[in-house]
Structures are given as C-alpha cells and as structure tokens.
Design a protein around this ligand. Structure first.
Ligand code: NAD
Length: 248
C-alpha cells in the first residue's frame, strides 16, 4: 500500500509545476487530493491525469489571498473526502525587482499571494487538521530565495523568508494537536514560474548549481511526500532544501 494511504491532502497551486507534481505523487501513494488553484482548465487536466491512473482527486477554484476562499476549499475537502489530514501551501508567484524597481502594487501582490496566502491556508486548515490529529501535517513551499538575499527580487525574497518563519511558529503552535509543520526550499526547478529564459540565462543557472542541472518537479514532490508521510512522524519545524547543492 502507498506511503500516504488514509491521507486527504489539499494542495494550493496544484494545477501547475511543483503543485501538479505533488498532487500526482501524493495520489499515486494513496492520498485523496483536492487541488486548489486559480487555473481551472489546468486543474481539471491534473485531476483527469490522476483519475486516469486510478487515483482520487478533485479540483476547486481557490484564491489563496482570500480567507473565505480557503475556508470554502477546506469545507469542500471535508465534504468530498471526509477529512483533511494534509495541507500543502504551494501556490506562489514570482516577479523580479529590487528596492528601486519594485512598485508598491507589486510588493502588495507578492505579499498577498506568497505570504498572506500561507497564513490564511494554515488559519483555515488548522481546525480540521487538529481534528485529524496525529498523522496530520502541513508542508509549506518556501524557496532557497527565502534564505538568501539578491539585488533584484526584494518582494519575492521577503515573502519567502516570511514563509520560513511562519513554518517554525506554526510547528510550535500546532505540536500539541499532533500536527507537524515543515518547510521545503526549492532551488532552481523547471516549471512555468520563471517564464521564458534565454539559452544564455539557462546556461548561467546550470553553471551556478553544483550538480550542474536544474531540478525536476518530482524532486520537490518526493521531498514533500516524505514530510507528509508518517515516516516523518518525529520531524516538525524542519527545513529541507532541495537544490542540487546550491546552498551547501
Ligand atoms: P507555477 O507557476 O508552475 O505554479 C504556481 C501555481 O500557483 C499556478 O498554478 C498558479 O495558478 C497558482 N497560483 C498563483 N497565484 C494563486 C492564487 N492567488 N491562488 C491560488 N493559486 C495561485 O510555479 P511553481 O514553480 O510550480 O511554483 C510552486 C511554488 O514553488 C511557488 O510557491 C514558488 O514560489 C515555489 N518555488 C519554485 C521554484 C522553481 O524553481 N520553480 C523555486 C523555489 C520556489
């Protein structure tokens, strides 16, 4: 039987990239998966991919910047699959811009999605996760950029650093309820989030990574699977970077 047998997971941003990979792998390992995303057509395609492989999944439109939307997604998860054991705060956006270039609007949007979105997710999910108790887990997707600085992406780095510290606080707040909270820090992974990059940029990225290659979404999914599974029952408040040696 699968490593997530008996789990019911809500995955934000599950219609694309790392969220899709986690949804597919979680379902393959026996979890029932509710995908929450703004992208309805892509989300439906991921559900079809999972159900075609005999997994169980459903989609709901979720805007992580809206607490009511989160509460509706949690309620739908429980109505559809009976409970919520696992919350993956994966949805996120990226745009570049240093302190001089970033606009107040750009800053606010970044914080709303990447930082407030994770706060709302944990706030909305906590009661049902606590009800599930032992075996429940939250996996938050930060970024290696949440651990380091850069001259040209101030709002992204700040929002991802906030995810790091919120995860530590949540681990301590929820430990008595049996809910574990851990954080993954992806390095450079091949997904749509970076937009179009030139072959020169691609070469520069690869050259900066000790393993010499960008990661695959499944590299993040496998780390997430472990942290969501009972194999990680004694791990909470932990930080796992998955980056080909970049941060070493
Ligand atoms: P992606 O763009 O492929 O997927 C992000 C998903 O989040 C999309 O489906 C998008 O529709 C969804 N989303 C965006 N705003 C939303 C909102 N308000 N409500 C609900 N859903 C929303 O990108 P990805 O690379 O798969 O990113 C997933 C997570 O991983 C993000 O948090 C990102 O910051 C993080 N990350 C990615 C990398 C990388 O190299 N790909 C590196 C570090 C961290």
């Amino acid at each position: 039987s699968g490593r997530l047998e008996g789990k019911v997971a809500l995955i934000s941003g599950g219609a694309s990239g790392l969220g899709e990979a986690q949804a597919v792998l979680y379902a393959r390992e026996g979890a029932k998966v509710l995908i929450g995303d703004l992208q309805e057509a892509l989300g439906a395609a991921v559900v079809a991919k999972i159900t075609d492989a005999c997994g169980e999944a459903a989609f709901t439109r979720l805007d992580v910047t809206d607490l009511g939307s989160w509460q509706a997604a949690v309620a739908l998860t429980v109505a559809t699959f009976g409970k919520l054991t696992t919350l993956v705060n994966n949805a996120g956006i990226f745009h570049p811009g240093g302190i001089q270039a970033e606009t107040p609007q750009g800053w606010d949007r970044m914080v709303a999605v990447n930082q407030t979105g994770v706060f709302y997710g944990m706030k909305a999910g906590a009661p049902e996760l606590a009800k599930a108790g032992k075996g429940a887990a939250i996996v938050n997707i930060s970024s290696l950029y949440g651990l380091i600085g850069s001259p040209d992406a101030i709002s992204y780095h700040a929002s991802k650093a906030a995810v790091r510290v919120m995860g530590k606080g949540a681990a301590l707040e929820f430990v008595k309820q049996g809910v574990r909270v851990n954080t993954i820090f992806p390095g450079q992974i091949r997904t749509p989030i970076l937009g179009d990059i030139t072959p020169e940029q691609d070469a520069a990225i690869k050259a900066s990574i000790p393993m010499g290659e960008v990661g695959d979404p499944m590299d993040i999914a496998h780390a997430s699977l472990f942290l969501a599974s009972d194999e990680a029952r004694y791990i909470t408040g932990a930080e796992l970077w998955v980056d080909g040696g970049w941060y070493a």
